[in-house]
Design a protein around this ligand. Structure first.
Ligand SMILES: Nc1ncnc2c1ncn2[C@@H]1O[C@H](COP(=O)(O)OP(=O)(O)OP(=O)(O)O)[C@@H](O)[C@H]1O
Ligand SMILES: [Mg+2]
Length: 394
């Protein structure tokens, strides 16, 4: 197990050296896609069951032997790979925690299979291990990504996200393997830069030996869930840091955007009014909360209020952005909406979303609203399908 940690440190350092010596990267920019081969390939993979698991402490990252889908979210980083009979996803918590450098601390970390690296006199504990440490010190973990985007003012964030990705995958067995990663739509409230976020991830992925391509997060939802509708409809991912919306017509992302509100906002807002830490709210929300049952206390009342607010803000943004666009194609039939992401998971969310949709006016008719089959893995699966189909055209 100690090899794994040493390897992580070594791999991070090797990447730093590569960065200093070369700026020949990002040669793989957007490619035209062939609609038909893409559909055929997507359909095969879409029929497979998704088997998901969390990365375990001390586990050695895999070297992929085929195309890879990668979802870099505010809360989780998920890798999807196409196995013979199923799609395999592996998840890591996108969080870190620092402790001061000391021989004693190092021994404890090594002995307990904790995933960490060393930088500027600190040990950076990353992923699920960080959560255990934060609980032990009765405090919160830190994030490398805030509201969906890498923070340009925090240097450590980049190293942390690289370490988290390296905890899930190593360099590919075949140099130049396609890796498709999800990127948020441009936030309409304009905080953070999607271009910066995408470029940093792309550089890192190509230095690992992959051919990186990106897919809009909402479009990944459409690819994963709307095959039966010819990839026409609205894909929405409602995650920890943001909501991503994509209106797709025959697999073309016509309108994409994001709003920077998600599960984290619900946790901190409900926590602030009730007077408990956001991490505790998150814990309760993920295990016991339902939007169907009547609120039983102050916390569930507050959660209901902030869920309502999120749904209203999201639907108002859809009304505003879709109505202002002159790109909406003439679609003869009503189109479906598919919801994904962890924040869409509480019981009753889809019904609530559907009900309040009647309060906004959209320039397209909606045929149905449904929840993705596996809301936490939808983006990674869509990104994998994109990677597979790009591969086929080379
Ligand atoms: N079973 C559940 N019930 C309620 N909420 C959940 C559940 N599981 C996860 N969540 C919430 O979903 C959010 C994380 O969702 P997800 O993993 O889709 O986000 P992400 O992709 O990491 O973030 P983003 O896409 O916003 O950058 C968190 O706020 C988490 O508390
Ligand atoms: Mg997400």
């Amino acid at each position: 197990m100690a090899t794994d940690r040493t390897t992580l440190q070594e791999r991070l350092e090797a990447l730093k050296r590569a960065e200093a010596g070369s700026d020949a990267m990002m040669e793989n920019d957007k490619k035209e896609f062939n609609l038909e081969s893409r559909m055929a390939q997507a359909e095969q993979a879409l029929k497979k069951e998704v088997r998901s698991r969390e990365r375990e402490e001390g586990e050695v990252a895999e070297a992929p032997s085929g195309p890879v889908g990668l979802d870099i979210g505010t809360s989780h980083v998920i890798v999807a790979q196409n196995e013979r009979r199923y799609i395999k996803t592996t998840k890591q918590l996108n969080a870190f925690f620092t402790i001061p450098h000391s021989k004693f601390a190092r021994n404890i970390l090594v002995k307990n299979d904790v995933f960490f690296f060393e930088q500027d006199g600190l040990y950076y504990i990353v992923g699920y291990s960080a959560e255990n440490f934060a609980n032990m010190f009765d405090t919160d973990t830190k994030r490398s990504i805030k509201q969906g985007l890498l923070c340009s003012d925090e240097k450590e964030g980049i190293t942390v996200i690289q370490a988290i990705i390296l905890s899930l995958i190593q360099k590919p067995k075949r140099l130049g393997e396609t890796l498709c990663f999800g990127v948020p739509g441009e936030p309409i409230d304009g905080l953070g830069s999607v271009t910066y976020h995408e470029s940093i991830i792309k550089m890192f992925i190509s230095r690992m030996g992959f051919t990186p391509i990106s897919i809009n997060e909402g479009m990944a939802v459409v690819l994963s869930e709307l095959a039966e509708h010819d990839y026409t409809g609205i894909g929405i991912s409602i995650g920890g840091g943001m909501c991503n919306v994509c209106l797709s017509y025959l697999s073309f992302p016509v309108i994409t955007y994001s709003i920077q509100i998600g599960g984290d906002y619900i946790d901190s807002s409900a926590g602030a009014v009730v007077g408990i830490p956001a991490t505790k709210v998150k814990f309760i929300k993920e295990r016991e909360f339902s939007l169907i049952t009547k609120p039983k206390d102050r916390l569930t009342t507050a959660l209901n209020i902030f869920y309502d607010e999120l749904i209203q803000k999201l639907q108002k943004s859809m009304e505003r952005i879709l109505s202002a666009s002159n790109q909406i194609p003439m679609i003869s039939k009503p189109i479906p909406i598919v919801l994904s992401g962890g924040t869409a998971m509480p019981e009753g969310f889809t019904e609530k979303f559907q009900k309040s949709l009647s309060q906004v006016r959209l320039p397209v008719d909606i045929s149905s609203v449904h929840l993705a089959e596996d809301p936490l893995n939808t983006t990674a699966k869509g990104a994998l399908i994109m990677a597979m189909t790009e591969e086929i055209q080379e």
